[in-house]
Design a protein around this ligand. Structure first.
Ligand code: DP6
Length: 358
């Protein structure tokens, strides 16, 4: 390992949007959820994180930059991911450049990490999901850790819960698991990105400001105070997950839209049921919901599904390209993006064209 060298790996990982939400942890340190969740992975061209990880004998500490600004790696989440990947690191030999890193060397070597989001960080666009998935994937490549995507998802989960679902394209399920050590709390791919490729996703960026209550803090308060969460996690979500998997398998858009909208609304109801109440949506979000509901009711069958994460931005899923064109037309008419209105921009978040992260 002697010498003056640097080895780098770059990875790109898309974000994902939950159609059955994760909200609430049963173990905060290991990030174990109170229910299963299901998401769709977006197109990395529009919403993704790119991370370069580097190792060199010249580095004297682990360091990280996010969007060009250095951030601290002292938090438990980063440390958990680094520790778990280092524990799985294997020998690396780059004959061309004369670099050989033995398995044990990884315990002494330090890494530098540079990560860049091509979308607003922490504005309810699941930036931590893409971020931690990408970090774990890139580190695993750098350190030659030969884990499969599900095993890597269980590590990414310890960075941010929703990150475990970004290791796959298509529709992905995070199985909550039963084990206390979290070994069975991981993501699996339900169907790949080709399975339902008529769907088109448009994200209405109502506000790109950082959210006031982080998901982590919000969830903690919800778990401590909301009775509705207990009902949701035990009674509602288990049945909904079964129905959602069925709707996805059968390309049943009517059921898919009904379940997606209902789950988003219940998640925000749970936020309101929290003490103190959490408001992630704003008036514009509510107006978008009314607009979609009205449209869906005026048609024989639903045309568009909506879902909102921990922020006011709307994720709209159109049943096909024709509907997506109509949707965009209506959005631009009713919610024109400008500095005088509450609409910032629209982003096409088509389903991931990537099979897997990387
Ligand atoms: C509303 O994964 O950001 O987007 O595990 O504390 O990092 P931590 O939370 P995070 O929460 C995401 C919440 C959500 C729903 C979802 O993605 O399932």
């Amino acid at each position: 390992m002697a010498g003056d060298w640097i080895r780098t790996v770059t990875a790109q990982t898309p974000t994902n949007i939950a159609v059955i939400k994760y909200w609430g942890k049963r173990d905060e340190n290991l990030i174990l959820p109170v229910n299963d969740s299901i998401s769709v992975t977006l197109d990395p061209a529009h919403l993704c994180t790119t991370t370069t990880v580097a190792v060199s004998p010249g580095f004297d500490q682990d360091r990280m930059w996010l969007n060009g600004k250095e951030i601290s790696l002292s938090g438990g989440r980063y440390q958990n991911c680094l520790r778990e990947i280092r524990a799985r690191a294997a020998e690396v030999e780059d004959k061309e450049r004369g670099i050989k890193i033995a398995k044990d060397d990884w315990q002494k070597l330090h890494v530098h990490i540079a990560s860049y989001n091509n979308f607003p960080t922490a504005a309810g666009l699941a930036s931590s999901a893409a971020g931690f998935a990408c970090l774990v994937f890139a580190l695993a490549k750098l350190m030659n850790a030969k884990e499969d995507h599900s095993q890597l998802s269980a590590i990414a989960r310890q960075g941010s819960g929703s990150a475990c679902r970004s290791l796959y394209g298509g529709f992905v399920k995070w199985i909550m698991g039963k084990e206390e050590n979290g070994s069975d709390s991981l993501a699996v791919q339900l169907v790949d990105e080709k399975h339902w490729d008529d769907l088109v996703i448009i994200i209405a960026v109502v506000s790109s400001r950082q959210k006031e209550t982080s998901s982590t803090t919000g969830m903690r308060d919800t778990v401590e105070t909301s009775l509705l969460l207990q009902h949701r996690a035990k009674e509602v979500v288990p049945k909904r997950v079964v129905k959602m998997e069925d709707a996805i398998q059968k390309h049943d858009f009517a059921s898919f839209a009904q379940l997606t909208c209902a789950d988003s609304n219940q998640f925000h109801a749970v936020c309101l049921d929290t003490c103190p109440p959490i408001f992630y949506m704003n008036d514009t979000s509510h107006r978008i919901i009314s607009c979609v509901e009205k449209w869906n009711r005026s048609e024989e069958t639903p045309q568009v599904a909506y879902t909102f994460d921990a922020g006011p931005n709307a994720v709209l899923i159109a049943r096909n390209r024709k509907t997506a064109a109509l949707l965009l037309q209506r959005l631009l008419y009713f919610f024109p993006p400008s500095s005088d209105t509450d609409m910032s921009s629209y982003v096409l978040g088509d389903k991931s064209i990537l099979k897997d992260a990387g």
